[in-house]
Design a protein around this ligand. Structure first.
Ligand code: MOS
Length: 722
């Protein structure tokens, strides 16, 4: 157990986030956003803004900044503002006012007059269902729709009709925003070496690529820095509008520019999570063996169709069944764009699927855990490759014992004025790795450094780098300095897809082995302390002939301040041999007040099979955050979109997030089976799985407590009226 290395800096205010950088001569930019949801800008009157004291310049589609649409292998094209006069949603960035102070820029921005040619806007997912389009393939390239049918079965409908017990229902989930604590922001400065941008993101090397492409400049002259990131969750994967505009304005004005989105702007000028509508049908035998699974999903999508939340996609991975049909549709809407958000697809999809499984358990009068175990899968449906390791049964067994599941009754219990229910759900998240390079340096003062570009948006990756580095070099973690969040470092360690530890960790092991080889070659080279001897390495020391020297002593003896190696690792052959996923069992206890109908989650437990856990402290923290997010999705979060596309609750007063009073008793447990079939360090990633299934577990517990099945989230008091 190792405390977060950057924790003291963060809690004492010494950690400097992007917008904490202040540079001599810096100007401040404030963005202007649209007040219609669909149409074209006819004119923008910036006369008043330009004559406001302190204003330096005003940019708009009529007076644009020098930017073009960047494209990267990771994300494809990323939208950049002010390139045309088209309005696709209410709150879209359409201008930037730059002034001597933040307040001057903000005041001037309020005076910008905009006239529009307005067109009808489609802002409701339900209204848009009839114009849904087929979604493109999922993130992993697999088709967005598929049918797998047993021999002799002609359609999924036939398989459902032939099933003795069938449940079928429609579920829906709300539009969400990541609402990271740190608003999207950037400080940009150009000098003779090029551009430096300080801006929170999920991979500084990727941010540098996007900025270089958008600014039409060499990648080598863009330096992206994000030593600290105040939460990201997918919402800082792509480069923000703040960073694009700050960089472009700083180039034009030849002075540093800072742009910080207001909290309200974060809700519209960045992308969030899609709303979904999902239809699930499950057919089973009378003893609970699944015969057919059908999952059709519709997700809201931006009008440029740049992202689709794949809500039905992961359903093929959960259970064994002879017949499966999944489909994914997208519904382009005039609302703020959608993007990756913690467990994109799995979070929303598991609400529908795992609610439906609970409904089936009720229909069968069967324990929901027993039903799940009866249909345990050994591989994704339609795929021959078995899971590299799966201990979901153990997660449920341990979880049930720890949580007191045996005390659950089919209709809950009462405790004074509270109706108390227990709920459970399965969690799954694919185990993924991305290519990563890490530099490991040994220094003559006896310390080592582990460095990769990446980011630690609160995940604990920085601490993990030091731990894996220490283990690979066989030295105490205190001797290892981890470096992250700078595009000048070797590319790797992106914080997305729950890949950071597995990707960077594998590369660290390779780099460490290489630098140790170098050290041994140095140690036995002519004139060196172990010249001509057979040398070995252990515990940070070079050994031969009964003598030992630490690597620091050795480097000093040969007069080398430091040596380093860059190790790289990528996913490869293992993908042809196994399927890889993490698994978990979510439990929660909900109390619904008999009279007020408020729902309170009183206890939660998540038990996870996620391979080797590198650092129990930060891992637990990641999972707790995810589980709380599941509660939040179930009971609090949801953007209310007015007919004209305006978000009615785009601030932290109206967009409900759980506070301490909403959360009590979160218990996390890992069953630890290192997955060395997936990667050499055996870790599978835990960033996202904590949230998967939890919203369903809450809804299932509410049903257990009250008998009321709510098929949409967030669940409101009015949904629970008797
Ligand atoms: Mo995150 S949704 O893994 O960027």
């Amino acid at each position: 157990m190792t405390s977060r290395l950057d924790g003291p800096l963060k809690v004492t205010g010494q950690a400097r986030y992007g917008a904490d950088y202040n540079l001599p001569g810096m100007a401040y930019g404030y963005i202007v956003v649209s007040t219609i949801a669909h149409g074209e800008i006819e004119a923008m009157d910036v006369t008043a803004a330009r004559s406001t004291p302190g204003v330096i310049d005003v940019y708009s589609p009529f007076d644009p900044v020098d930017l073009r649409t960047p494209s990267t292998p990771m994300f494809g094209e990323t939208w950049v503002p002010l390139q045309d006069k088209e309005i696709a949603y209410y709150g879209q960035p359409i201008g930037l006012v730059v002034a001597q102070t933040y307040e001057q820029a903000r005041d001037a921005a309020m005076t910008v007059g905009v006239t529009y040619h307005e067109r009808p806007a489609l802002t409701s997912l339900w209204d848009g269902l009839s114009s849904a389009e087929d979604a493109p393939p999922g993130f992993d390239g697999s088709p967005s729709s598929m049918d797998i049918l047993a021999p002799g079965v002609s359609s999924i409908e036939d398989a459902l009709q032939a099933s003795p017990v069938v449940v079928e229902a429609t579920y829906s989930t709300a539009t969400q925003n990541h609402a990271a604590m740190e608003p999207h922001s950037a400080v940009a400065v150009w000098d003779s070496g090029g551009l430096t941008v300080y801006s929170g993101n999920q991979g500084s090397n990727i941010q540098a690529m996007e900025l270089a492409a958008a600014l039409n400049t060499d990648l080598s002259s863009v330096h992206a820095v994000n030593p600290f990131v105040g939460g990201a969750f997918g919402g800082k994967a792509r480069t923000s509008v703040a960073a694009f505009l700050a960089a472009a304005a700083a180039r034009t004005l030849a002075r540093p520019v800072k742009v910080v989105l207001s909290r309200e702007q974060v809700f519209t000028a960045t992308a969030g999570r899609a709303a979904t509508v999902q239809k699930v049908a499950l057919g089973a035998t009378g003893n609970g063996s699944l015969i057919a699974i059908r999952h059709d999903a519709w997700s809201s999508t931006p009008v440029d169709r740049s992202f689709v939340e794949p809500a039905s996609h992961s359903t093929r991975e959960y259970y064994a069944a002879q017949n499966l049909a999944i489909s994914q549709k997208m519904v382009p809407l005039n609302i703020p764009p959608t993007t990756f958000m913690r467990a994109p697809g799995e979070a929303t999809g598991s609400f529908a699927l795992e609610s439906a499984v609970d409904e089936l358990a009720v229909a069968l009068n069967m324990d929901p855990i027993e039903l799940r175990m009866r249909n345990d899968s050994t591989a994704p449906l339609g795929k021959d490759l078995l899971w590299s390791g799966k201990h979901l049964d153990e997660c449920f067994r341990i979880g049930a014992a720890r949580f007191g599941w045996a005390d659950r009754t089919p209709h809950g219990r009462t405790d004074g004025d509270w109706l108390v229910g227990l709920g459970t759900a399965t969690a799954m998240f694919p185990a993924i790795r991305f290519p990563a390079s890490v530099r490991v340096t040994l220094r003559d003062d006896g310390t080592a450094e582990v460095a990769t570009s990446g980011a630690d948006p609160g995940t604990g990756l920085l601490t993990v780098l030091s731990l894996v580095g220490a283990e690979s070099l066989d030295i105490p973690p205190a001797q290892v300095t981890p470096l992250l969040g700078d595009s000048a470092l070797p590319p790797g360690g992106m914080s997305g897809g729950s890949t950071g530890t597995a990707s960077a960790g594998s590369a660290i092991m390779i780099a460490a082995a290489q630098v140790i080889d170098q050290l041994l070659a140095l140690a036995s080279s002519p004139g060196a302390p172990f010249a001509g001897l057979e040398v070995s390495y252990a515990a940070g020391r070079v050994l031969a002939d009964g003598r030992a020297m630490t690597f620091g002593e050795l480097l000093r003896a040969v007069n080398r301040p430091s040596i380093f190696a860059v190790g790289s690792s990528s996913p490869g052959e293992e993908l042809t041999k196994h399927s890889f996923s993490s698994f978990g069992a979510q439990f929660c206890e909900v109390r619904v007040h008999r009279w007020t109908r408020e729902a309170r989650v009183s206890r939660m437990l998540g038990v996870f099979d996620a391979g080797r856990i590198i650092n129990a402290d930060t891992a637990r923290s990641q999972i707790i955050g995810g589980m709380i997010w599941g509660v939040s999705a179930a009971l609090h979060e949801g953007l209310e979109i007015e007919a004209n596309g305006r978000l009615a609750n785009a601030d932290l007063a109206g967009y409900l997030l759980p506070v301490n009073a909403d959360i009590s008793g979160v218990d996390v447990h890992f069953v630890e089976y290192p997955d060395t079939l997936h990667n050499t360090i055996g870790a599978r990633g835990i960033g996202e799985i904590g949230t998967v299934g939890m919203a369903a577990a809450v809804a299932n517990a509410i049903c257990n407590a009250t008998g009321i099945r709510v098929r949409h989230i967030p669940i409101m008091i009015e949904d629970l009226l008797p």
